[in-house]
Design a protein around this ligand. Structure first.
Ligand SMILES: [Zn+2]
Length: 137
């Protein structure tokens, strides 16, 4: 269900363009942190509103010495002011297999995560590239 949603949003993103809509109050003050992995680096993500839906939207690129990026996914954690994890979600970037680019021209991957409801008390959203298969729990 979740993955399907993301797929539809990804498909629609190219058609709807990028209108600038003010963020809902609970999202406007949230900090965004990014943590790269060995294989994938993370550009500064942002929160956007698209078609009335709050989305986390961002880009990644392949690290220069990465062997592959197909195992890498994005873990998104919602943290409160004391750093406690309120919720965590997983999303994937497209394309999964980022090609190696020349210096400063790395091939980028794009991901989005829809956030139908921000956990109450969210202070920071942490976006982390994770190279190993994700195990829940
Ligand atoms: Zn993970």
């Amino acid at each position: 269900m979740n993955a399907q949603c993301v797929g539809i949003l990804l498909g629609a993103a190219g058609l709807t363009g990028c209108a600038s809509v003010p963020l809902p109050r609970e999202a406007a003050s949230v900090g965004l942190e990014r943590i790269p992995s060995k294989a994938v680096a993370v550009y500064q993500p942002k929160l956007v509103v698209k078609d009335g839906q709050l989305l986390l939207d961002g880009w990644v690129y392949r690290q220069f010495d990465a062997l592959t990026t197909t195992q890498t996914h994005i873990d998104v954690s919602f943290l409160d002011a004391s750093g406690r994890e309120l919720r965590s979600e997983l999303t994937n970037f497209e394309p999964r297999d980022l090609r190696r680019g020349t210096h400063k021209m790395a091939h980028r991957g794009h991901y989005t995560l829809s956030i139908p409801s921000m956990p109450a008390g969210t202070a920071t959203i942490k976006v982390r590239a994770h190279d190993e298969p994700h195990v829940n729990g």
